[in-house]
Ligand binder design. Structure first.
Ligand SMILES: [Zn+2]
Length: 81
């Protein structure tokens, strides 16, 4: 069963309450080998757009900087050789 999923609309992790994607979820995503950065970014982009919608509808009116939270970390992961 999949764990460390996002709870909407807060986008906190259901298991550890960290901002999603939490460290455990990131580790899980990166463990899916062979690592394909493009596939990972597309996967995360889908959540990013949903999160922007959720924060816009349910938040304080200010959408936090979600780009680095959802995509930036994945861009910094070294590629496989
Ligand atoms: Zn978690």
């Amino acid at each position: 069963m999949e764990t460390h999923r996002a709870v909407r609309p807060s986008w906190d992790c259901e298991d550890c309450a960290e901002p999603w994607p939490c460290p455990d979820r990131k580790a899980g995503l990166l463990a899916e080998r062979p690592f394909d950065r493009l596939t990972l970014l597309l996967f995360l982009s889908g959540f990013l757009t949903e999160a922007i919608d959720d924060f816009a509808r349910n938040g304080t009116g200010t959408v936090p900087d979600l780009y680095d939270r959802f995509l930036g970390w994945a861009l910094r992961v070294p590629s496989d050789p």
